[in-house]
Design a protein around this ligand. Sequence first.
Ligand code: ZN
Ligand code: ZN
Length: 383
Amino acid sequence: MRTPTSGDTSIETRWGSGWISGTLAFTLGLMSLGAVFCLLYPELLTSPHLREVYPMVWVRRLIHACIVLAFALGCVSMVLRPSKVLGGVGAGSALLATLLGGASVRVDGPVRSGAYIGLDWFLLDLFLMALLFVPMERLFGRLREQAILRPGWDTDLAHFLVSHVLVQALMLATMLPAMVLFDGSVGYPLQRSVAGQPYWLQLAEIVLIADLAEYWIHRAFHSAPWLWRFHAVHHSARQMDWLAGSRLHLVDVVATRAGVFLPLYALGFARAPITAYLVIVAFHAVLLHANLRWRWPWAEPWLGTPVFHHWHHADEPEAIDKNFAVHLPMLDRLFGTYYLPERWPRAYGVAGDPVPETYAGQMVWPFSRSRAPFATETPTSTR
Ligand SMILES: [Zn+2]
Ligand SMILES: [Zn+2]
């Protein structure tokens, strides 16, 4: 945790300074306000797939608890802290959420499904992942001194936000190539027999086929200089934690997901095991980047673990273009790209730090005319 180097009390973060209560109030207050807007405008701000499965009684209790906590913690922070910004925004957002109807806003009738943004998906995933990983990283962090709000956290949160609220657009872009190429062949005997297999067998096959596709797409992003510029955004994180994996250019996201979805759709896997795979990959991707010191030597050659993927991000010559798989390191062992020494990497990122730090800068940079420092270098020499 940072300590102020001057007398500026607005950056005081020690226990008792009102920073922890203020940050929690700020986060919970804005999230509660967002959740109340989801109740007010469900057709515009929520995903129909998630609406199908929400246990609304518990969702409303959770929103209510967040509003109360944000208000209380905001008041605590304003008492403890000379700067009232964090506490004020937290308590103020909680108050506004209550004035708008709070957790008891009624949702009347069936909700129409048209174009929407996934604000509920952003809030829910952020809440669950932060609730799980922030305490784990505090207790079992490899780098315990690394702050939760480390450099670049705001850029990564912007990536997290955009990739969640654009869930519908990204889903359509992901599915489009498979639909165009294979829609005419749906229902063939091969696909019927694939979909007729036991659920667990389909799930195992999906993991293997998806990771095989992901391996080669990922390797292509490292091999072709024009593709590497998009993927370099992901590798530009200098510090690894649960949020760092969100740092992905949208071209990288769509191309990779669409490429992985192609064989799954062509082979005709059933919807339920594909959904289960999406849940697994969403959680696993966060775990792989987390700042956790856990090692599982018995599992490391077979299953993707944090240390395996941390070496993929390492800024060390021997680790360049290694560990492309997500779930199954055996693919890297099979194709000669496996690298897993005993120790952890010393540094992460792209050599020379060519990628801009802001979200907008990272989105535009791969398209920019300025080719430096990649103009004279191959991807393998730039990481
Ligand atoms: Zn990579
Ligand atoms: Zn990564």
